[in-house]
Design a protein. Structure first.
Length: 547
C-alpha cells in the first residue's frame, strides 16, 4: 500500500487547524498504545460510491498519521468506522445489522471506538435512531465536515462515554490538503466537485451532499501532479455530476477544459471520470474525449429509464430522444467507446409499457453493462409520496425482464473485442493478508468491457500489461477468460477461483492439486485450462505467492 501522502498545495487556516488536531490525536493514540502494549488497529468500512471510497482514504490517512495501523477485521479492530451510504434503504439496514455485532465487540473491548459518518448520517431520522438504539456509538458526523475528523476524534478521547454528534446542514468549505491513505499505488480518485443541484425526485443525494461546489482547477491540477510524481498513472475525476463542473467558480471553466489541462500532466497515462448527467454532456466534452490518447474509452451515462413519462416524473430533464441522439453523437465520434448506465426498475407508476420502452432503449444503445436496481423509497424525496408504489413482486418482475436484456447486450458487446490485444493496469496490493503479492488487472482506456487473458510474451512495465480479449458466441451470460502459464511461476500454480461483484479472484495455492471454483461448489477448471466466469469480468485479480 502506498505510504500516507500529504497534499500541501493549500496553506489555508483550516488545514493548519486540522494538522494541529492530528498532532493532538497522536498523543491520545500514543497513550492507547501504551495501554494496549501495541499499536491500535483501525478498520474503515465503506458503503456506497467512489466519492465515499475517496472520503474513506482521507479518513484512514488521518488515522494512520495519528498512529493507528490498518486492519480489515472489525473483530480485531480498536476503532471501527462505517462510512455510510443512503442512496438505498438496504444500505441503511446493513449498517444497523453490523452495529448490532459491534455492540458485542464493545462489551469485550470497552476501549473500542465506533464511528459513523457519511450520507446516512445526514438523515435526521437515522441519527435519532442511532442516538436512541445504539448508544454505544462514540462519534457521528456527516458529509460536510469530514476534514474535522481529527478534531472530533480528540473530542471523543477527551469526553469518554459520551456520544459526539456533529452534523452540518451545508458548507461552502473545501479542505483537501490533509493526509490520504491511497488503496492503490498506480491509480487514485480525485475529487473535483461536491454536491448536486439536480434534485431527481427519487434521489436523496442533494439533501445529504448539499449543493454543487467545484474545486479550483489549480488545486485539482496540483494534486494530480503530486500523484503523478508519486507513481500514479491513472486518475478518476469524481463528482456527483462532473459535466456541471466549474459553473460556480469565480472564473468558470468547463469540465472539458479541465480534462484538457489534466492531459498535459506528465506521468498520467489514463484518465477516467464519473458521473456524467446526460442533460449536461456537451459537444465540447465529446470532442475532447475523442481527440484524447489518455481519456479512457468508457462513459458511464445513467439513463434510469427509457420511458419519457417516467423521466419527467423523475425530474431528469431530458427525453429518451435526447438521450439516444446523445449516444449517436458519442458513438460517431468514438466508434470504440464502451457505454454503461444505471437503471431503476419499479419507480412509482411504472407499467409494462414503460418496461418495454426501457428494453427498447437498452437494445438501441447496446450497453456494455448496466447497474440495475429496484426502486428504493427514500424518506424526504418527492417520489416517496407518489401514488402508484409498486409491490415487491411487481418490481421483481420488471427487474428480471430488463436484466435478461442487459446481460444479452453485455455479452454481445464483449464478444466484439475477441482477439484484440489491449493494455491492462496491474496493481500490487500489499494489503492482501494471505499472500503478499497481488496482481490487479483492470480493463484499460480503449474499452471497459469483456473477458480477457494475458497476452503471450507479456511484459510488466510501470504497472501496465498487454491482455488478449476473448469472447464469442457463448450461450449463457458468461465470458471466457483464459489463464495461461506465465514465466517465473506467477500463474504456474494451482489455486482457487472465486467471484465477487465485477471482479474475478484467482487465489493461487501451491498446496492444492488443481484450480477449483467456489461457485456452487463445482470444480470447473484444472490448471492451465480455460474457464467461464458467471459475471462480466471487468477486473482480474490474481493472488499468488511472491515470485
Amino acid at each position: 500500500m502506498k505510504p500516507t501522502e500529504y497534499n500541501s498545495h493549500n496553506d489555508g487556516e483550516e488545514t493548519r487547524r486540522q494538522l494541529m488536531y492530528i498532532d493532538r490525536l497522536t498523543g491520545h493514540v500514543r497513550a492507547l498504545t501504551d495501554e494496549l502494549g501495541r499499536a491500535p488497529k483501525a478498520c474503515v468500512v465503506t458503503f456506497g460510491c467512489q466519492m465515499n471510497a475517496r472520503d474513506s482514504e482521507k479518513l484512514l490517512g488521518i488515522l494512520i498519521s495519528a498512529g493507528y495501523t490498518e486492519t480489515d477485521s472489525e473483530q480485531e479492530a480498536d476503532l471501527v468506522l462505517y462510512n455510510t451510504c443512503s442512496v438505498r434503504d438496504n444500505a441503511n439496514q446493513r449498517v444497523y445489522g453490523r452495529l448490532g455485532t459491534l455492540k458485542g465487540y464493545k462489551k469485550d473491548k470497552p476501549h473500542l471506538k465506533v464511528v459513523l459518518c457519511g450520507c446516512m448520517m445526514q438523515e435526521e431520522t437515522c441519527v435519532e435512531k442511532i442516538r436512541k438504539s445504539y448508544s454505544f456509538v462514540d462519534l457521528v458526523f456527516g458529509t460536510h465536515n469530514i476534514f474535522k475528523f481529527a478534531e472530533l476524534m480528540c473530542s471523543s478521547f477527551e469526553s469518554p462515554g459520551r456520544m459526539i454528534i456533529d452534523i452540518w446542514d451545508e458548507t461552502d468549505q473545501i479542505v483537501e490538503e490533509l493526509p490520504v491513505r491511497r488503496k492503490y499505488d498506480y491509480k487514485s480518485g480525485v475529487n473535483i466537485m461536491f454536491g448536486c443541484n439536480n434534485f431527481c425526485t427519487y434521489c436523496i443525494v442533494p439533501y445529504v451532499r448539499g449543493r454543487e461546489r467545484s474545486r479550483a482547477p489549480e488545486e485539482i491540477l496540483c494534486e494530480i501532479e503530486h500523484l503523478a510524481e508519486s507513481g500514479v498513472i491513472e486518475v478518476m475525476l469524481l463528482g456527483q455530476n462532473v459535466n456541471s463542473y466549474g459553473t460556480n467558480l469565480d472564473h468558470p471553466m468547463t469540465f472539458a477544459g479541465l480534462l484538457r489541462e489534466v492531459e498535459k500532466i506528465d506521468g498520467i497515462r489514463r484518465i477516467r471520470f464519473m458521473t456524467s448527467h446526460p442533460k449536461d454532456l456537451s459537444d465540447e466534452l465529446i470532442e475532447t474525449c475523442a481527440a484524447s490518447d489518455k481519456i479512457c474509452r468508457h462513459l458511464h451515462l445513467p439513463v434510469q429509464t427509457g420511458s419519457n413519462r417516467l423521466l419527467k416524473a423523475m425530474n431528469r430533464n431530458y427525453t429518451r430522444e435526447h438521450y439516444l441522439n446523445l449516444v449517436d453523437k458519442i458513438r460517431t465520434a468514438m466508434t470504440d467507446i464502451s457505454i454503461t448506465t444505471d437503471l431503476i426498475m419499479g419507480f412509482p407508476g411504472e407499467t409494462s409499457e414503460d418496461v418495454e420502452d426501457t428494453i427498447d432503449l437498452i437494445r438501441r444503445v447496446r450497453y456494455d453493462n448496466a447497474y440495475t436496481f429496484e426502486y428504493s423509497k427514500r424518506t424526504g424525496t418527492p417520489a416517496a409520496s407518489y401514488e402508484g408504489q409498486l409491490s415487491p413482486e411487481e418490481m421483481q418482475a420488471h427487474f428480471d425482464a430488463v436484466l435478461s436484456v442487459v446481460q444479452e447486450c453485455a455479452r454481445d458487446s464483449a464478444a466484439r473485442h475477441t482477439g484484440e490485444v489491449q493494455e491492462a493496469l496491474i496493481e500490487i496490493d500489499g494489503k492482501e493478508m494471505r499472500y503478499p503479492f497481488v496482481l490487479f488487472a483492470a480493463m484499460n482506456g480503449r474499452q471497459e468491457g469483456g473477458g480477457f487473458r494475458l497476452a503471450p510474451n507479456y511484459r510488466l512495465d510501470d504497472g501496465l500489461l498487454d491482455i488478449c480479449m476473448v469472447g464469442g458466441n457463448i450461450p449463457k451470460p458468461r465470458l471466457l477468460l483464459t489463464i495461461p502459464h506465465l514465466s517465473k511461476g506467477t500463474l504456474d500454480y494451482p489455486g482457487i477461483l472465486s467471484m465477487q461483484a465485477s471482479t474475478v479472484h484467482v487465489h493461487l495455492d501451491p498446496d492444492k492439486k488443481g484450480l477449483f471454483s467456489q461457485v456452487d461448489g463445482e470444480t470447473i477448471i484444472e490448471r492451465g485450462h480455460d474457464f467461464y466466469s458467471r459475471i462480466s469480468p471487468w477486473k482480474l485479480e490474481i493472488i499468488c505467492p511472491e515470485c
